[in-house]
Design a binder for this molecule. Structure first.
Ligand SMILES: C[S@@+](CC[C@H](N)C(=O)[O-])C[C@H]1O[C@@H](n2cnc3c(N)ncnc32)[C@H](O)[C@@H]1O
Length: 212
């Protein structure tokens, strides 16, 4: 889906801004390395740079990375899947902003990504991520396809029209997103031995700040 949405993504940003900004507010200014996982069009990565970090940013969609790359050549943008991503660097901060972890749709995948993020952090490093609340969507489905029905509730009618014209031509290009139970995610973090886990709320998402 992101292949066709990448050039529209920033116009759809309104409903994600609040969640992303809340995550970024929990990350102190600093130096050293930060990683933006599922960077999309790079908005979070650019903000991490403003906070003082040297930023690596990965996304498994090459179209999203292409859009991000044009914004700042200093950030190290890479087309990578977090599950297979390998780095000898250890990061002070990892950001997974606005629905990235909702793309891992089995408990095993979610656990694997949480373990991977833990392994990429410095000791005391901070992970900031969110998971969507079911109340963000009509009928509270526990699993849904991102399509014009769900987008309809979230964006203004002009953007919606543009989005529909994209999906119309690409009916099969959908992305499945899982709405995780907040307690299950919390329990997974505990099992994976994060030192501290803070849970905050924003209107659309549960916000997690965990320290390695
Ligand atoms: C809803 S977008 C969020 C983008 C960005 N973080 C933001 O705040 O706008 C989710 C992003 O996660 C990326 N993504 C999904 N699964 C991924 C994976 N396994 N590895 C890396 N990126 C992934 C998607 O390609 C998409 O760009």
């Amino acid at each position: 889906m992101y292949k066709h949405l990448s050039h529209l993504y920033d116009t759809l940003d309104e409903f994600r801004t609040e969640t992303r900004d809340k995550l970024l507010d929990c990350i102190p200014d600093g130096n050293g390395m930060a990683l933006d996982v599922g960077t999309g069009t790079g908005i979070g990565a650019l903000k991490l740079k403003i906070k003082g970090y040297s930023v690596d940013a990965i996304d498994n969609s090459s179209s999203m990375i292409q859009v991000a790359q044009a914004k700042d050549p200093d950030i190290h943008w890479q087309v990578e899947d977090i599950i297979t991503y390998h780095s000898i660097k250890k990061y002070k901060v990892i950001l997974c902003a606005t629905n990235v972890l909702n793309h891992f749709i089995t408990p095993n995948e979610l656990k694997a990504v949480i373990i991977k993020l833990h392994s990429l952090l410095d000791s005391d490093g901070i992970l900031a991520f969110d998971i969507l609340k079911p109340s963000s969507f009509l009928n509270n489905p526990s699993e849904f396809e991102y399509n014009e029905l769900t987008i309809k509730n979230l964006v203004d009618s002009n953007t919606q029209k543009a989005y529909q014209s994209v999906t119309k031509d690409n009916q099969t290009d959908t992305t499945i997103v899982k709405i995780w139970d907040v307690f299950l995610v919390y329990a997974l973090l505990r099992v994976c031995e994060w030192k501290t886990i803070e849970l905050k709320e924003s209107p659309l998402s549960h916000i997690f700040i965990a320290q390695r």
